[in-house]
Design a protein around this ligand. Structure first.
Ligand code: CAO
Length: 416
């Protein structure tokens, strides 16, 4: 079956996490992704957090599926010439080097335009234009600068980073959308364009509800769904950390379930959704709350939310998170189990949909990865293993028109 991005060739000049997540998605949609890596070393993540000696790390393999790898020293003249050939023959260049690195290499936007005016040049940078534009940035820096850390955690503790890689993978996802949009526009203009996603911007986009709350706070001085309100604590002038409060209009909290004393994940997320309030009261055996004016309406419940959650928790503590799920779902009460990574890895339905995939690798053997979370009915994803360093150098150079002798000479000069 054909793939959505068949015929699109990507010069993948990315490394670490943010860029590779973007090009991996494009590869899953069918683009031919040629990952250009430094001769000898390759992407630094190949060797980071290794769990199997001499095999590419899971960090690398899980971010670089379905790609081809070529080695190239782009600081040498002959390497620059190969890169020029690649630029002429690819549709998109994706990079996430430190600011200015591509220019220092001699590949400014103007130069790339000269070589291939149809090329889309997509970049991840830590910050957009402004005071920090020259800074190098990693995941957690972006989480902190994008408003996530200041709004995550409990307000009696320090700011917290989240386990979700919203700075890296979140930015990669944004960039991928920018690239396909630019390719779409190229159909009518015939021109490429620059696509920039700053990690700070991507994180802030994902923290949109917190900027909403900042303005609500400035208008009203309180946010009634935050635990601070229910606990009678004062709000400051910036959005506080909200613990496990829901970010939307339906109040929620994480509640203990049976076994919580020894199992760190014996918890359930429970949402006191207004339309099912009557069912909630019946399920937990507090029928009197259905008509009690202190509890009967969403507004009346707001100052009592933490008391309500504590009462529901007395009920959830008597059963496992899955038993609670079964009961609550029967009444359409929104809730979700706190799943450990072990439980997720073992969940059969995720294997069935290809969201969790087992892949075989010549050096490390079988491992699990997260497959394509975006399912297209006419462009199914088959996850294939990440390439070994330089595995496709000769194949790609031959495709680009290089002869055997030329390839041998490049190898001799340590360009590839
Ligand atoms: N051949 C020769 N040189 C190469 C090369 C190749 N194939 N590929 C890269 N290089 C060179 C670059 O040209 C650069 O050289 P100069 O510093 O002389 O210009 C050098 O390698 C190092 O690149 P870098 O500065 O991007 O790498 P770093 O390890 O020092 O920094 C990072 C890493 C991620 C902090 C930085 O790349 C960055 O800020 N990127 C943008 C934001 C980003 O994507 N962060 C997410 C990272 S994932 O958590």
């Amino acid at each position: 079956m054909s793939k959505a991005l068949d015929g699109v060739r990507i010069l993948d000049f990315t490394h670490v996490q943010s860029g590779p997540t973007c090009t991996q998605l494009l590869a899953w949609f069918g683009a031919d992704v040629i990952k250009v890596e430094r001769a000898g070393e390759g992407d630094a993540t190949r060797g980071q957090l290794r769990d199997v000696p001499d095999a590419d790390s899971l960090y690398f393999t899980m971010l670089n599926h379905n790609k081809r790898s070529i080695t190239l020293d782009t600081k040498k003249q002959a390497g620059k010439e190969v890169l020029e050939t690649l630029i002429k023959q690819c549709d998109v260049l994706v990079e996430n080097f430190a600011p200015g690195a591509l220019d220092r290499m001699g590949f400014t936007w103007e130069r790339i335009q000269e070589l291939n005016p149809r090329m889309v040049v997509a970049s991840v940078k830590g910050f957009g234009p402004g005071p920090y534009e020259d800074c190098k940035v990693y995941e957690n820096v972006a989480q902190c600068a994008g408003g996530s850390a200041s709004t995550t955690g409990f307000d009696d503790g320090p700011p917290l980073v989240t386990g979700a890689q919203i700075g890296d993978s979140g930015t990669g996802l944004h960039l991928a959308l920018g690239i396909v949009t630019a390719l779409y526009q190229r159909n009518s203009t015939g021109r490429g364009q620059k696509v920039l996603t700053a990690m700070q911007d991507a994180v802030l986009n994902l923290c949109r509800v917190k900027l909403r709350d900042q303005q609500r706070l400035e208008h009203t001085g309180v946010m009634e769904e935050y635990p601070q309100f229910s606990d009678g604590r004062k709000f400051g002038d910036a959005v506080p950390r909200a613990g496990n409060a829901s970010g939307g209009g339906q109040p929620g909290w994480i509640l203990k379930c049976k076994g919580w004393e020894s199992d760190p994940n014996a918890y359930i997320y429970f949402i006191a959704q207004a339309p099912v309030w009557k069912s909630i009261c019946q399920v937990i055996g507090r029928e009197e709350w259905i008509t009690d004016p202190d509890y009967a309406t969403p507004r009346a419940r707001l100052p009592r939310l933490m008391t309500i959650f504590a009462t529901v928790e007395e009920w959830t503590k008597t059963m496992t998170k899955f038993e609670a799920m079964d009961i609550l779902n029967k009444y359409d009460i929104p809730c979700g189990p706190i799943l450990s990574m072990k439980e997720i890895a073992e969940e059969p339905s995720l294997r069935k949909t290809g969201t969790v995939v087992e892949v075989d690798h010549p050096k490390r053997g079988k491992y699990l990865t997260v497959g394509n979370p975006i399912k297209l009915s006419d462009s199914p994803t088959e996850v294939t293993r990440s390439p070994l360093l330089g595995e496709h150098t000769e194949e790609v150079l031959t495709q680009l028109g290089y002869s055997e002798q030329q390839i041998a000479a490049l190898r001799e000069e340590r360009v590839i």
